[in-house]
Design a protein around this ligand. Structure first.
Ligand SMILES: *[C@@H]1O[C@H](CO)[C@@H](O)[C@H](O)[C@H]1NC(C)=O
Ligand SMILES: *[C@@H]1O[C@H](CO)[C@@H](O)[C@H](O)[C@H]1NC(C)=O
Length: 299
């Protein structure tokens, strides 16, 4: 009889181990399927060697994060990673402009919209509540689907903290059809959108306070593919954020009437953090992209 007892005891142990093993496998599967975004910090001092940061107070305090500098959170395309060209474009445009903390998302393993938004909103919350970063110093930039993710994070922060983030810059956003949250004006105090491949990878739809349609918004000079025109949106950013910004734009009545002759030229420049409406402008096919005022007086 003692032998039988021993046997049943060990089968209980075995069953428990099996259950634990299943739980472990399940947890691992979930972690792989619903991976968290990774956060990479770039500052002027570590521009070429971004630091992976964990969204925890202690890890942040020990990182190169400098709470007195403004923060730019950069959202790549869906599944985008550190090698996606929009990431270095945003980093260099911002670090040329000022000392700051640019935090880029790596979405290689993150494919659940709700979880991405929650995870980034938690980071913003942490920066604000534990590191005393004013919400007004946190700006979001998103390319393609990343524009809608940025909107989702800003909306979530607003629900949790009761305060709008100051600005979202959306670079050739997609239609957002397959996403829960679509970028809108209500997501931040100021939402600016640059459409460079509308009707291709990007959307024609007005999503911000200001929507710019360089060269008509659909195809860009020197580009013969959708992806080239789509990616032009983040190549324009460095000039938009430079003190020499010369993207003089014209205010248009509607998306149907975009054109040098049908819109009203003004002193407004693409990338200026103010204004509202639909703007047209022309660019060159390579850097420097701006055509400035000379071109307009020539018209
Ligand atoms: C990283 O992103 C680029 C372009 O966005 C893509 O071509 C590449 O396959 C991605 N790499 C990984 C490891 O996901
Ligand atoms: C994404 O994650 C949320 C929360 O964890 C979950 O409820 C939802 O079912 C997931 N969505 C998909 C498409 O798997």
């Amino acid at each position: 009889m003692p032998q039988a007892k021993l046997c049943s005891a060990s089968s209980v142990t075995l069953r428990m181990q099996t259950r634990e093993l299943i739980a472990l496998v399940l947890a691992l599967t979930i972690a792989v399927v619903y991976g968290e975004p990774r956060f990479l910090l770039h500052t002027r001092r570590i521009q070429d060697n971004p630091q992976q940061i964990e969204p925890e107070v202690e890890a942040l305090v020990r990182s190169s994060f400098y709470a007195a500098d403004p923060v730019v959170l950069s959202f790549p395309r869906w599944g985008g990673n550190i090698s996606s060209p929009e990431i270095p474009a945003v980093v260099s445009a911002q670090l040329q402009r000022m000392d700051s903390n640019v935090i880029s998302l790596d979405l290689t393993k993150a494919n659940n919209e709700t979880e991405i938004i929650e995870s980034v909103a938690n980071l913003v919350n942490l920066l604000h509540s534990n590191l005393d970063v004013p919400l007004d110093r946190i700006q979001l930039v998103g390319f393609a689907e990343g524009a809608h993710l940025a909107g989702g994070v800003a909306a979530q922060v607003q629900r949790e903290l009761g305060h709008q983030l100051p600005q979202i810059t959306a670079l050739d956003p997609t239609s957002g059809e397959d996403l829960e949250h679509k970028l809108s004006q209500t997501d931040a105090q100021f939402v600016e959108v640059v459409h460079t491949n509308a009707g291709g990878v990007g959307t024609w739809k007005q999503l911000g306070h200001v929507d710019y349609y360089p060269n008509g918004g659909q195809t860009q000079p020197g580009c013969s593919s959708d992806s080239c025109s789509h990616e032009r949106s983040f190549q324009l950013l460095a000039e938009m954020w430079s003190p020499e910004n010369d993207f003089v734009s014209a205010l248009c009545g509607s998306v149907e009437s975009l054109g040098a002759a049908s819109c009203r030229w003004s002193t407004h420049k693409m990338g200026q953090s103010e204004g509202s409406g639909i703007y047209f402008l022309e660019t060159t096919q390579s850097s420097p992209f701006a055509r400035g005022a000379y071109y307009i007086s020539f018209l």
